[in-house]
Design a protein around this ligand. Sequence first.
Ligand code: MOS
Length: 732
Amino acid sequence: MKFDAPAGINPLDREKVLTRPHTRLDGPLKVTGQAPYAYEYQPSRPVSYGYVLSAGIAKGTIKRMDTRRAEAAPGVLLVLTHENMPEQGESETPVPQQRKSSPQLSGPEVRFYHQAVALVVAETFEQARAASKLIEIEYDVQEGSYTLEDELDSAQPSEDSEDSVVGDFDRAFADAPVKVDLRFTTPDQSQSPMEPQATLAEWDSEHEILTLHTAHQVVHWVQAGIAKTLKLKPAQVRIVSAYVGGGFGSKLLFYADAVLSGAAARLLGRPVKVALTRPQYYNSTSHRPATVQRVRLAADRDGRLQAVGHDTWSGNLPGGDTEAAADQTKLLYAGDHRLIRTRLAELDLPPGASMRAPGEAVGLLALEGAMDELAEALEMDPVQLRVVNDIQHDPEKGPERPFSSRRLVEALLRGADHFGWDKRQAKPGQVREGEWLIGMGVASAFRANMVQPSGARVVLESDGTLTVETQMTDIGTGSYTILGQVAAEMLGLPLEKVKVRLGDSEFPQAAGSGGSFGANSSASGVYVACMDLRRSILQKLNFAEASTTFEDGEVRCEDNHVPLAEVAGKEGLSATGKITWGDMTEKYAQASFGAHFAEVAVNSVTGETRVRRMLSVVSVGRVMNPITARSQCLGGMTMGIGAALMENLEVDPRLGLFINHDLAEYHVPVHADIPDLDVIMLEDLDDKSSPVKAKGIGELGICGVGAAVANAVYNASGVRIRDYPLTLDKIL
Ligand code: MOS
């Protein structure tokens, strides 16, 4: 089904199972250890273990490599290097890219620190790791550039984000009575999922099929990429990603563990397990690139924006993407004169790629900080400033492109009321409790609503239960549960009668988890498959659609009540469907909206900031499950607090690596850092987004949060910091 017109009334609108607060179906499996993650699968044949040796330089060439001692070490089965790695598909870029060939050990060049330079496979993990230390390498080290600030002048426009030039920005900015011109920086950040990258590879030599149990967010992307890399047909690569221990973008791509375990398993004819260690994770996978951002906002005396300017710079290896931190500024606020530009510099740091809400998550740290400073310059309430600059259509394209739904103002006002915003003192540094200075901050939340084609197969089993199969993944987000709810709603079954199977390339191709498109897109795919199944049931029973309902495990048409088990027959009944997308995202600007409120305490002696309470009000279309949706928001808010106060990959500018490469040194919030967080979800339906009428929620929670915290820090202490994170040394 192609979605190209607003969704009409459909079975999901009954909301008997959908929108109900079901706990996660996979929860009991996970807490009892019955949900195997990639590294935990135990194949029937004996497993061998691979250990990746990572480069000790950031840029240069391997001059000499001696693997003889490693090969002779106890238990060693294979040592792979660029000298004996089987032929791979051509690489277009040193940065791994979705669906593309991403060869490993493809030559003597080292392009980033901790790039894989060898794989040692042995009978045990310890033997492999010990043998890897016996490999001798001599490098020719080259100079690299590792500091974004040094490369700003050489930065170029990037294909990922077009310039937005509307009206006459320079004149409008010069003429406006009230303006701010501010420079912000955000550091490199790491996704740091609980489960680092890991793969179990098995080669079936009889059928020439490579099976990878691997931790990934989008099954068909890694399937296509591995096939190209290892010169196989996609049908020869089976991916299993049934349980994934978090991704936050890092598992949109695949890395040395997947490629090298696959190559080694084929060479050895034995299953090979490879996991990247936590310290390897930080430099050898991907990260969110640092940004420098300049925000210029100018308003009339009533606060109406006249000129909106946002320039952003980030760096990456050649061929890598930009951190599109100015993109939300194209759509968030009104203003007739606009200049929004994204520039990309070349750096020799490890690959930069997606991290939760790429673009917005750090772009809003700057834009929403600038809005706070503009409100102060206007002597206007920051909530009010955002309200007067609301716009119901794309500010660049005009009223012909309205938003599909946009309830930013309602989120701001509801939040202000609920949070007690009226108690905020406009002047900073006014509220004191002993050593602690107390303040409040606000920020808008915005995340583009994206969609992806997504398919599913549904099988009505002979016992009247329903099985759902789709490549969609569950990265800890609740996909199993919401897809079960969608299918249950469609067939009039309780959730207990639905079995959901995910994350296997044998199932119909699906959206996967990324860009906040997963839930909405994959639920739409399941909806389409269920519609097809309903139609074949009607046909089989010769029931008229208009007078038929699916209730309590029965198909009912007037006085005829037929149990689903009977309809299924001995063989069962199945249907496969897929959603594709027409031009609704062109016709309508689509985004999820929200508002974040934070109250912080800043210690006047130590500079320490404690977040005391936070509220996010979100408008995301239909909330398919309030428990899993709320968890997404809480996770995003927690990550946003991390971005505001602590997260920072520290670059060593001499050696070109991230030096804090473990969870002891890369600080993320822990329980003690997180107070009670509150989430309000506005009752919502967006019929232009999908047949499910939902929008993305996964990343909205992180968008803007950090700015709300930073604005609260200013309101508390009077210290304005534009270089994230707001560590105490900057506050004092
Ligand atoms: Mo998200 S950064 O697209 O997993």
